[in-house]
Design a protein around this ligand. Structure first.
Ligand code: UD1
Length: 340
């Protein structure tokens, strides 16, 4: 069975391609290489022994998308990662984000709904919950007004898919709301490759430990949490990737309860910024230079997943620990920087 993975050379996409191929799916990747390198194909091949098909394509090009689906008429489902994801940039370039993240989605759905049957998995985010009233966060927690155009594209994306699944009986979809994906494949063949200065915590930590950044800024230690720093649910990217295979297989085997379903993907455990730093220091043996600075605008105090729905319905549970994830992220950073 052939599955299209858009953004398949990116961080979560590449790990998912590995797990799909390990599970016996055939994969064709679309990526525009705007935030990824074609070399990632070598890493995927080194791990799985199989090189996925690849088309360099910009999903905003409707004609190119149509031509792709004519060429690959045997594609029976898609996992859609391709999107811009820098929260800060999205505030300054809203139209770029709306065009890139939403027009591509619409074009994909137009093609897929024209097929006899199609399965669709969407990369969504726990950002849709904003600061939830209750923790852990269940899928029925209300969606809050988005803090950024990026966050809004995830909310609108979900709505577009929900509305589509309502009217096309041949179309089934699952939106996966990720908490904070980190780490790298244990083979150290693939990992996260952020462009420029990383905005996310873990790549900033590993780059600081590698000497690329002088010190880490901890954004606020006066939050109402145990140690005053924000709490997040950090999930190993390999666990996250495996959940995509479970979700896709659920649709393929028609085990879904409705044509549009939503799942949280997290570990269920919250960790503070200081806990992440301490765990990183333990697994790496590196003392991390850091200072406490002001809060970052738009950060929520605490977010971690209620994992019951994914556990019960997808039959999926995260298996790797925060220490595993930080260890793999550090090994990957050292490899990329040529550190022994
Ligand atoms: C961020 C996005 C979120 C997006 C997700 C995708 C924001 C406000 N949120 O989530 O919408 O879905 O990435 O990966 O950008 N921190 C530091 N110092 C740093 C970096 C981060 O203290 O240099 C802290 C943050 O305050 C936060 C935690 O580390 O408490 C995690 O931050 P980050 O990795 O950016 O993830 P989120 O903000 O949770």
């Amino acid at each position: 069975m052939k599955i299209l993975v858009t953004g398949g050379l990116g961080f979560i996409g590449s790990h998912t391609v590995v797990e799909l191929q390990n599970a016996g799916y055939e994969v064709v990747i679309i990526d525009d290489l705007s935030n990824a390198s074609e070399d990632v194909l070598d890493g995927i091949e080194a791990i799985t022994g199989k090189r996925p098909e690849f088309e360099k394509l910009d999903l905003r090009d409707r004609n190119a998308v149509s031509a792709f689906f004519k060429k690959y008429a045997d594609v029976s489902g898609a996992i859609h990662f391709a999107a811009s994801k820098a929260v800060g940039e999205s505030v300054h370039k809203p139209l770029l984000y709306y065009e890139n993240n939403l027009s591509s989605l619409v074009y994909l759905l137009k093609e897929l709904t024209g097929k006899a049957s199609a399965n669709f998995i969407f990369s969504s985010s726990c950002t849709v919950y904003g600061q939830a009233e209750e923790l852990p966060i269940t899928e029925s927690a209300p969606v809050k007004p988005a803090e950024s155009p990026y966050g809004n594209t995830k909310q609108i994306g979900e709505e577009i898919i929900r509305d589509t699944a309502k009217v096309y009986e041949n179309f089934k979809a699952i939106a996966l709301r990720y908490f904070n994906p980190i780490g790298a494949h244990e083979s150290v063949e693939i990992g996260e490759l952020p462009l420029g200065v990383p905005q996310n915590l873990v790549p900033f930590i590993t780059q600081t430990a590698a000497g690329l950044r002088e010190e880490l800024s901890v954004f606020g230690n006066d939050y109402p949490t145990e140690d005053g720093t924000c709490v997040r649910d950090y999930i190993h990217v390999v666990d996250l990737a495996k959940a995509h295979v479970k979700a896709l297989t659920r649709l393929v085997e028609s085990e879904n309860k409705s044509n549009y379903e939503v799942f949280n993907l997290g570990t269920g455990t919250g960790s503070s910024v200081l806990e992440v730093i301490n765990t990183f220091e333990e697994v790496s043996g590196v003392q991390l230079p850091y200072k406490i600075v002001d809060r970052r605008e738009g950060d929520v105090v605490a977010a971690y997943a209620d994992t019951e729905h994914a556990n019960n319905e997808l039959g999926w549970k995260s298996e790797l620990t925060l220490a595993d994830a930080l260890d793999s992220a550090w090994k990957w950073e050292k490899k990329v920087r040529g550190i022994k």
